[in-house]
Design a protein around this ligand. Structure first.
Ligand SMILES: *Cc1c(COP(=O)(O)O)cnc(C)c1O
Length: 366
């Protein structure tokens, strides 16, 4: 890439390995529907995360809906969701007629504020959806959420869509603290299958429920005997081929994502108007480079003019027209105003990061 070329904020990366997996499959079989490749992809994720079961589905939104159904969430039940997250988190339970209840997030991690969550619990609360924002654990520690949920008899669902490669502890991958953890393989995520999602759980009966829910209520393909109601949220072998190759690249991506964050942290130190969100790099893999930037929109325009793509971080969910609810959420409001994602793709070079840092310093005159 020449120095003048546009640097996108994000772009998925596929290579010869994905091509080879696809070519092998197409030579060998033509069903496309999920089968052996999908099983292998599930085993890779289960092995990487340490979970007993992995069930892949067609995206990381429906995965959350199925998790909620499997845990008994139904119409009218309340589910506590952070007010800073991708809109899919609340929408996933809205789809089944449940009511997302929004609470603000911790300023350091952008993960749900446990005291606000505690205060939002009512007799109708059935589940709490914890979103590990950009791979981060809550500052209060994940055990505090596990304790809160068990004390109050509510299910803990983890929306770990941004957290493949991030850990709560060396032996505890994000997504393994609750009853069910959910991942996404959409185009911007650390690995992608174009569209795709995965659920992990250690619970045999939940795993069985999830498998039935995604496949017309049956336990295995090819039969027409249904003893429970299920739908069709299945994967395809073509996506699995891509996923298998991407999973092999995950360990090196985890290493590189951490280096990318460090390069930015070095290049952007000492600008009072600009601050990166911190990561505990021993455990956490920064998926996107998230920041708070004063005069954010002007900075984004400056960078765009310099050939650098950015993306504004999620607006507060309660203020989105889709929900339009009153309420005071100081942290998500601040992020909605100043939050900016810098270029974060795995193929970003050190030279490009340098160029981005120079432009940000130039904008602030630092
Ligand atoms: C990407 C994402 C989703 C949605 O995943 P899809 O696969 O695009 O449906 C849900 N929650 C969070 C936090 C995400 O980042």
């Amino acid at each position: 890439m020449s120095a003048e070329e546009f640097i996108p904020q994000m772009r998925p990366l596929f290579g010869e390995e994905e091509k080879a997996e696809l070519a092998d499959y197409l030579t060998e079989d033509g069903f496309f529907t999920e089968f052996k490749r999908t099983e292998l992809f599930e085993q890779q994720i289960a092995h990487y995360t340490g979970a007993r079961h992995c069930i892949v589905v067609n995206n990381g939104t429906v995965s959350l809906t199925l998790a909620a159904i499997a845990l008994g969430v139904g119409p009218g039940d309340e589910v506590i969701v952070p007010n800073y997250t991708m809109i899919a988190s609340p929408n996933s339970v809205k789809m089944l007629g449940a009511v997302p209840v929004f609470v603000d997030v911790e300023p350091e991690t952008l993960v749900m504020d446990i005291e606000k969550a505690r205060a939002a619990i009512t007799p109708k609360t059935k589940a709490l959806m914890l979103v590990s924002a950009n791979g981060r654990a809550p500052q209060v520690g994940i055990a505090a959420f596990q304790q809160l949920c068990s004390e109050r008899g509510i299910a803990l669902i983890e929306d770990s869509a941004q957290s493949l490669g991030s850990f709560y502890a060396p032996d505890q991958h994000v997504g393994r603290a609750g009853a069910i953890g959910s991942f996404s393989f959409s185009a911007p995520k650390i690995i992608s299958t174009g569209q795709g999602g995965a659920l992990i759980t250690d619970d045999d009966s939940l795993a069985d429920k999830l498998r039935r829910l995604k496949d017309f209520g049956r336990r295995s393909g090819g039969t027409d005997i249904h003893d429970s109601v299920g739908y069709n949220f299945k994967f395809t072998e073509l996506q699995a081929c891509v996923g298998i190759a991407q999973m092999k690249k995950l360990p090196e991506r985890v290493v590189r994502k951490k280096v990318i964050w460090q390069r930015y942290a070095e290049g952007l130190a000492g600008i009072p108007e600009f601050k990166l969100f911190e990561h505990d790099l021993k455990l956490c893999t920064p998926w996107f480079i998230d920041s708070l930037a004063q005069r954010r929109d002007e900075l984004a325009a400056h960078l765009k003019a310099a050939g650098i793509g950015t993306r504004t971080m999620y607006p507060p969910i309660n203020q989105q027209k889709a929900y339009d609810q009153a309420g005071s959420y100081p942290v998500s409001e601040l992020v909605g105003r100043d939050g900016l994602w810098l270029p974060s793709m795995i193929q970003l070079t050190d030279a490009q990061i340098k160029r981005i840092c120079v432009e940000i310093r130039r904008f602030y005159g630092r």
